[in-house]
Design a binder for this molecule. Structure first.
Ligand SMILES: Cc1ncc(COP(=O)(O)O)c(C=O)c1O
Length: 402
């Protein structure tokens, strides 16, 4: 196969599976697996609390991972990065801690109709508890958010604006900086769901104007169970804890407690240090590959894939017709076929794609469909895989008896 990176991924060794479900989770290179094994084999101990060598080494691995994550997203201070389980937990942290403590009846939370449920349900909860209102920005048919829509929906009532940098269904990259500028003009904080952007492009939270930024390790070559929340220190400092218990305290008395500094204040209980070591290795691996390589490969493959699908008359691709606006994510339907059938029949050809509502039911409704099929690429995919996929999609209706 014509991709030098594939040999770094043990799962591809001897496998003919075309893995096009990278928006759900990515594969892990040996470097990531080795880093976790090294942690396990050389210093597995509960970090942050032990005064012996293994525990101190575990703490060092954990804090070095925090530094790497902070550098990856351009945070000023590595303590502005909180480790969580994933993007979902990161967004819930902001909702429970910042949202519940800051919002009141009459306030507004502004999101878009293309958000993942992880960036909808936490805000529904805040709205229910505080009486704040949840407002939706609506994109154009190609997924673009216009300035007029941004300006119309974000008003002085907005206290939180929360938007995915890249949509997990349309693949469109949202104009975060413009949205953040508007949010800040009206005194709102800008929350960015970076689950689908961080793995695929250079991210800088300062340049984006993000007050909070969430992402998951498993979507960027790292292990499951480790994610990050960036928050501006001034905000994190003033926020109440999300979860409480061990590790996040300064002093506990029978009836009251004082809390540790950021980031420990938000990391209650035993942390996922082995996962953090894996994420650190994933970040190093991506740095070695380089963003130009990641983006150019994905762009080339996306163009080939969209071009192939455009030649199948029964296929509808959702979102923009421009491959540059898809970030490796192509969502489609085959006329007359349920997307679950499309995915199942492709699986018999050893092609793995996702089908369903993609945790974005309001967007499905907006698109006027119940479900879609989705192919999502990463830099380790190949032209041969794209060609196999396109050929198979072209045969799906026949295989299903149409
Ligand atoms: C845009 C977006 N936000 C949030 C999530 C949730 O990520 P996780 O399941 O890692 O919490 C996903 C997962 O697909 C996503 O695509």
């Amino acid at each position: 196969m014509s991709n030098p990176y594939r040999r770094d991924f043990p799962i591809f060794d001897g496998s003919d599976v075309v893995y096009f479900d990278n928006a759900a989770t990515t594969q892990r290179p040996a470097m990531v697996l080795d880093a976790m094994k090294r942690f396990n084999d050389s210093c597995n101990a509960n970090p942050l609390r032990g005064l012996y060598r293994w525990s101190m080494q575990a703490t060092e691995a954990y804090e070095n991972a925090r530094r790497a994550a902070a550098e990856l997203i351009g945070a000023d201070d590595y303590k502005e990065v909180i480790f969580t389980r994933n993007t979902t937990e990161s967004l819930n942290l902001v909702a429970y801690s910042y949202g519940l403590s800051q919002l009141h009846e009459g306030d507004e939370i502004v999101i878009t109709v293309m958000e993942h449920h992880s960036n909808i349900l936490p805000w529904q909860m805040v709205s229910r508890v505080t009486g704040a209102k949840l407002i939706y920005m609506e994109p154009e048919r190609d997924g673009t958010l216009t300035d007029a829509e941004i300006e119309a929906k974000i008003t002085d009532r907005a206290k939180i604006v929360s938007v995915a940098q890249v949509s997990n269904v349309m693949g469109v990259t949202n104009p975060i900086r413009r949205i953040a500028d508007c949010a800040h003009r009206h005194g709102a904080v800008m929350v960015v769901d970076g689950a689908q952007s961080t793995p695929h492009m250079p991210v800088n939270v300062k340049e984006l104007g993000a007050d909070f930024f969430a992402f998951s390790g498993h979507k960027m070559l790292g292990p499951m169970g480790i994610g990050c929340l960036y928050g501006r220190m001034e905000l994190l400092d003033s926020m109440p804890p999300f979860l409480t218990g061990g590790e996040m305290i300064e002093y506990v008395q029978r009836q009251t407690a004082t809390f540790a500094e950021v980031p420990e204040k938000f990391e209650a209980g035993t942390v996922n240090a082995m996962g953090a070591a894996g994420l650190h290795a994933a970040i190093d691996y991506l740095k070695n590959v380089g963003w130009d390589q990641v983006m150019n490969t994905e762009r080339e493959l996306t163009e080939r894939l969209m071009d192939g699908l455009s030649k199948i008359p029964e296929v509808t691709v959702y979102g923009s017709k421009d491959p540059d606006k898809h970030c490796g994510i192509v969502t489609f339907n085959v006329e007359g076929c349920h997307p679950h059938d499309v995915a199942s029949v492709l699986d018999t050809e050893h092609i793995a794609i996702r089908a369903g509502h993609h945790c974005a039911q309001p967007l499905m409704k907006w698109l006027g469909v119940g479900a879609t099929a989705r192919a999502s690429l990463y830099f380790y995919n190949t032209k041969e895989e794209v060609d196999r996929f396109v050929t198979a999609v072209g045969k799906v209706r026949g295989w299903l008896g149409y």
